[in-house]
Design a binder for this molecule. Structure first.
Ligand code: AMP
Length: 310
């Protein structure tokens, strides 16, 4: 099955093939027609399923189809709320890529100054990708107007609830116009998510593409039984013998991530760490260094690594 049967406009089909995508993924196949039809959507899909394009592509098409008349005051028409800064940057990058830079978009997230965000908001973005806390800060300061939002996406909703964002999300919902299209994406469905969905979505179409919490078929899982005290040694050995070219390593705590990164550096292995105590520029640099192959090992806490596309 090809993208051309989903009802997407030629410009979007070109953007998709420019990415080298030949076929829609299951979540794209199922969700895109519903979104284009203006339906609310409840989608069970995790990172790696192509879920971002599943909402970004039809969103761009809907926005283009109902363009406000020339001279109308620019307003935020689509709001995408995500749990982490990294995901915000990644999703906005997709908006640029799939929209061929045709729509004005910006990111809003915490841990950085307000200056650039205020300037970006004054330029009148049409699409905003935001984390909940900073978005609310702007709303409370009156520096963002959400009264023109036509499409709301909650991405990785389960993660946002895990991170304690439920009250922030409810406060954000209260700032939006009552008439709008709502899309909720979540990898898992707890009772709390269902409650949120019930209050938010109006007769939603529902799409479920992956069984709960299963790893993708592309991942081979291996267990190495090893003494606790020799884990690092084993890891370093596997890197040195080229059993591992590059690896993302998870630790439970931020402190553990830093300690392991430091020890591996002392072992002569190019290593960096990413976690919640790192500044935004440090996180961006760590990801870039890993993506470009400058570092061999990226040590991450689970929260920091969630939703990364590497
Ligand atoms: P996501 O689940 O949105 O984080 O996407 C995971 C990865 O799949 C990203 O690197 C996308 O660029 C890629 N991707 C999305 N849609 C397709 C598609 N139809 N065919 C191949 N790759 C895709």
């Amino acid at each position: 099955m090809s993208f051309s049967t989903l009802g997407l406009a030629p410009a979007l089909l070109r953007a998709v093939s420019a990415q080298g995508y030949t076929e829609p993924t299951p979540v794209q196949r199922e969700a895109i027609p519903f979104v284009l039809a203006g339906r609310d959507l409840l989608a069970g899909a995790q990172t790696g399923t192509g879920k971002t394009a599943a909402f970004v592509l039809p969103m761009i098409q809907l926005l283009a189809a109902s363009q406000p008349h020339n001279g109308a005051r620019p307003r935020i028409r689509a709001l995408i709320v995500v749990p982490t800064r990294e995901l915000a940057m990644q999703v906005e990058e997709s908006v640029r890529v799939y929209g061929s830079n045709s729509r004005r978009s910006t990111t809003i997230y915490g841990g950085v100054g307000f200056g650039n965000q205020l300037a970006a908001l004054r330029r009148g973005p049409e699409i905003v990708v935001a984390t909940p806390g900073r978005l609310l800060d702007h709303a409370r300061q009156g520096t963002i107007d959400l009264g023109g939002v036509e499409i709301l996406v909650l991405d990785e909703a389960d993660r946002m609830l895990d991170m304690g964002f439920i009250r922030d999300i409810r406060s954000i919902l209260a700032l939006l116009p009552a008439r709008r299209q709502n899309l909720l994406f979540s990898a898992t469905f707890s009772n709390e998510i269902r409650q949120l969905a019930e209050g938010l979505l109006d007769r939603p179409a529902s799409v479920q593409v992956t069984p709960r919490n299963t790893p993708t078929d592309l991942v081979r899982q291996v267990v190495h039984p090893v003494d606790r005290g020799r884990k690092r040694e084993l890891l370093a050995h596997r890197v040195r013998t080229h059993a591992v070219d590059q690896a993302l390593v998870f630790t439970r705590t931020k402190h553990g991530a830093d300690r392991l990164a430091k020890q591996l550096l002392e072992d002569g292995i190019a290593t960096t760490a990413i976690h919640g105590n790192k500044s935004q520029p440090q996180r961006i640099r760590a990801l870039n260094d890993f993506n470009t192959g400058r570092v061999t090992l990226l040590i991450a806490t689970e929260v920091a690594a969630r939703g990364l596309d590497i």
